[in-house]
Design a protein around this ligand. Structure first.
Ligand code: AMP
Length: 490
């Protein structure tokens, strides 16, 4: 099958050729002819399958006829996150080089003014996150009555993010006769209900079972104690990683993304972060720094990282085992893309056993423990030590600071255990966790270099008393003194 056989316009075919694609992916081969014929499409496909081009290319062909009017976009693409929306905009730029189309992006965290100007000019393609779109529509700055094609992308993620009521409202604002292209990696009951309500006799295209994981990804589990020990396990894993180029590290909670990010930076790693509480500019900057190699680690939450297309990620670390089994598939799919080899390692604590079992059920196989060291290799002593770890931790940190010259981690001490190293099952019984390989990608302190006082201390492991080192800004505000008091002082 070639792109030419799909019925795309000449302009689109030239852009596809310029992109270097020689063959449509399965979702493209199946969806493009149906979309060009004006049918509704229900595509069950995850990112990495080429689904963005599966809706972008036929849209471009169809948009060659007709013109956009002020405030009335002709097509609408809904994305769950700003990053995904920006990524789709990039695709329109790439595949639409031969078209003179106005593409507008409506996402949160960006000024209303510029977005409004673009919409006023008349948008052929409007790419939006649901909240900002409804904001505009409700203020009367946008009319959705001219929409010819509606794309709902990553519907299951919209569900996770609580966007389904918004989607329902938007579906009611667009004309009944529009064409709908709907994509979801999984089909939970609420998504099925949505498709039944808003798609008209769709052609259902399923390209890969949602549970499938790529054969180009080597997966492994590593047992660890929770809390600070887990961060230590992660640092050891990064240091010992084979063929390390860069890594995406997933946490389950936004708060933990921030904590881990800070901790990694304190330990001398070049790390960025990506989570939903960061403003748009910071998110884009983080992503850019990771893509161009300024940082080689990026700590992410699921929502922020979902669907991101970052080619050439060598490692994925699940710092937390995901609560939803499907997220595991999405997370590890960030590596091993485009036929390259990838490594996905999940750090597992006792509390994660239930979720791990669900993941293994979903992907249909057991994931191996690195070096055969499963959770039961963590002894009862370790767990007891953890229970009463607070005072020992302080002792450990003090000691580490004095020993830290030239190393990222001190040798293990009494009462402090590196459970990651235990997984090596005595193969490397005495080695301290390895610093990241000096492959030019990950920074590590130089040998013999004595760090500044406290430089490698794990500050976030320390119980914070009061406000810690932080002085709230209200305490720094100048105090207005009454004139009488000033006179007295003088
Ligand atoms: P997506 O599933 O849309 O996130 O696409 C995943 C990746 O596949 C993107 O980097 C696309 O540039 C790439 N891609 C899309 N279509 C093709 C194709 N026909 N041949 C090769 N790569 C493609």
């Amino acid at each position: 099958m070639t792109f030419r056989e799909l019925g795309l316009s000449e302009k689109v075919l030239q852009a596809v050729e310029a992109s270097g694609y020689t063959k449509p992916t399965p979702i493209q081969a199946k969806a493009i002819p149906e979309a060009l014929a004006g049918r509704d499409v229900l595509g069950i496909a995850q990112t990495g399958t080429g689904k963005t081009a599966a809706f972008t290319l036929p849209m471009l062909s169809r948009l060659e006829q007709g013109r956009a009017r002020a405030r009335m976009p002709r097509t609408l693409i809904l994305e769950p996150t700003r990053e995904l929306a920006a990524q789709v905009e990039e695709s329109f730029g790439r595949y639409g080089v031969n078209h003179k189309l106005n593409v507008a992006l409506l996402i949160g965290g960006v000024s209303f003014g510029d977005q409004e100007a673009k919409i006023m000019r008349g948008a052929d393609v409007l790419i939006a996150t649901p909240g900002r779109l409804l904001d505009f529509a409700e203020r009367g700055k946008l009319l959705l009555t001219g929409i010819e094609i509606l794309v709902i992308d990553e519907a299951d993620r919209m569900l996770d993010m609580g966007f389904i009521p918004d989607i329902e409202r938007i579906c009611k604002l667009v004309p009944f006769t529009r064409q709908t292209l709907f994509f979801s990696a999984t089909m939970p009951a609420e998504i099925v209900r949505l498709t039944e309500a808003f798609l008209h006799n769709p052609v259902r295209i399923e390209v890969a079972p949602p549970a499938s994981t790529s054969t180009t990804i080597a997966q492994a589990l590593v047992a660890s104690l929770p809390g600070p020990a887990k961060r230590e396990t992660l640092r050891r894993l990064i240091g010992a990683a084979d063929n390390f180029k860069n890594a995406i590290i997933f946490c389950n909670r936004k708060r933990d993304v921030a904590i881990l990010h800070k901790s990694l930076q304190k330990h001398g790693f070049r790390a960025g972060a990506l989570h939903g509480d960061m403003d748009q500019r910071a998110r884009m900057a983080s992503l850019e720094a990771f893509k161009n190699g300024d940082v080689d680690l990026i700590v992410c939450s699921d929502v922020a990282a979902r669907g991101l297309d970052i080619p050439d990620v060598s490692h994925v670390f699940n710092f937390d085992v995901p609560v939803h089994a499907e997220d595991y598939v999405h997370r590890i799919g960030r590596t091993g893309r485009a036929g390259k080899q990838g490594i996905a390692i999940s750090i597992v604590t006792r509390a994660d056993q239930k979720h791990l079992a669900e993941i293994e059920k979903l992907i249909g196989r057991a994931i191996g423990w690195q070096n055969g060291a499963a959770l039961d290799s963590l002894s009862a002593d370790d767990e007891a030590a953890l229970e009463s770890h607070a005072p020992r931790q302080r002792e450990h940190r003090g000691q580490r600071r004095s020993e830290a010259g030239g190393r990222q981690h001190a040798p293990r001490e009494r009462g402090q255990r590196d459970h990651g190293a235990r997984e090596q099952h005595g193969k490397r019984p005495h080695d301290a966790p390895q610093a990241p390989k000096s492959n030019g990608h990950t920074t590590k302190p130089e040998r013999g270099h004595r760090p500044e006082r406290g430089q490698f201390r794990d500050h976030d492991d320390r119980p914070v008393v009061g406000m810690g080192d932080h002085t709230p800004s209200f305490l720094l505000r100048p105090v207005k003194l009454k004139p009488r008091v000033v006179e007295e002082a003088e």
